[in-house]
Design a protein around this ligand. Sequence first.
Ligand SMILES: NC(=O)c1ccc[n+]([C@@H]2O[C@H](COP(=O)([O-])OP(=O)(O)OC[C@H]3O[C@@H](n4cnc5c(N)ncnc54)[C@H](O)[C@@H]3O)[C@@H](O)[C@H]2O)c1
Length: 420
Amino acid sequence: MNYDIKDIRLAKKGILRIEWARQNMPVLSLIGELFNKERPLRGIKVSACLHVTTETAVLMEVLKKAGAEIVLCASNPLSTQDDVAASLVKHLKISVFAIKGENKETYYQHIKSCLEIRPHITMDDGADLVSTLHLKPKYQNILTSIIGGTEETTTGVIRLRALANEGRLRYPIIAVNDALTKHLFDNRYGTGQSTIDGILRATNKLIAGSNFLICGYGFCGKGLALRAKGMGANVIISEVSPIRALEAVMDGFLVMPVAEAIKLADIIVTVTGDIDVINKRHFLSMKDGVILANSGHFNVEIDIPSLEKLSIRKRRIRDFVDEYTLKNRKKIYLLGEGRLINLVSAEGHPAQVMDLSFSNQALSVEYIVKNYKKLDKKVYKVPEEIDRKVATFKLQSMGIKIDNLTEEQKDYLLSWKEGT
Ligand SMILES: NC(=O)c1ccc[n+]([C@@H]2O[C@H](COP(=O)([O-])OP(=O)(O)OC[C@H]3O[C@@H](n4cnc5c(N)ncnc54)[C@H](O)[C@@H]3O)[C@@H](O)[C@H]2O)c1
């Protein structure tokens, strides 16, 4: 099944929004120009499982300019922007298998359809495509022709490292998430801002003066805490890592166990990559009217089945807002069915930040094509030269200059002799 263009106007709207994203992605556009001349992906087939957003469309366009044949499917059932999917098919002639709100069965059917191209390279965001490939015996043939893959997010990298540790990973993967120019910016500034955007678009609630609980003080949690504080919230952090908890304390936030924090919170956001962070022990102690959202990769951070069991009524009160009335009559508002709220009710990360992440993606794909013979069946970091190149291009695009080390300084920094 290919994406069905039911509405030409949808595709027209999408192409203008893609143009807007492209204008805000100068580094990726520059890579696109270079790729257009050199065609480093000529003859390469790519199956990409990514959030179908305007920024992803720009990445697909760049890979196409490099000579690749691409098929795209969604990496989350609720994150697809239908106008973008329509434009990719109609204007950019890229096959897309994705529709916003698809059920689990269709979601996995789309992943399978995406693999029919028999890719040389996979691109994943959360590792659903790679795990499908590894779990189903019928994909054995396809696996043998794959030369490498990339993974965009923390959760996907964790899953793929687990697969590699069991000795079962069948081809090399580059962990794009682990590039400094990815997680220090995308996870922090991108998720930070767009999660607030998602909550606001879904609820239009005032952040100022609210008690805002963030579960997880990783790269995403830190960015979210910074933005929530900036909007006047009293930020509370719950963590399981003593180091991250200490960092949150020193950054000026209240830190406490989740069971205590939920009694105070007006807004709760999970962003841990972990399961059951908010669970059946918590719902009944929450404040009446609490807003509950998740920005971690999977919809497992909030134990929704238990929330359903504890509720006597559920109704959709606004788009992306489900009101649960509990047995104790308190109301809980769950946003976006517990899926990553920045992509469900907002548009995901701003293009300026995806410029960094997707430049790493594009250059990592090129790196795989040039170097796959030297790579083992392991999860690799993005090579440092790519990271530095992306940062340098980004600074240039922003018109910011920095200093360079002198030869004397280089020698000094490499020497072990006395400092004076
Ligand atoms: N919404 C988005 O657009 C987006 C973007 C990037 C990453 N992500 C996802 O967000 C999640 C977090 O990513 P990250 O890069 O911040 O990861 P990270 O590893 O830097 O941070 C996760 C933090 O959660 C903490 N944690 C784990 N279990 C916990 C628990 N039960 N209670 C409290 N804290 C707990 C960990 O100690 C860690 O500090 C991942 O699932 C990632 O894939 C989402």
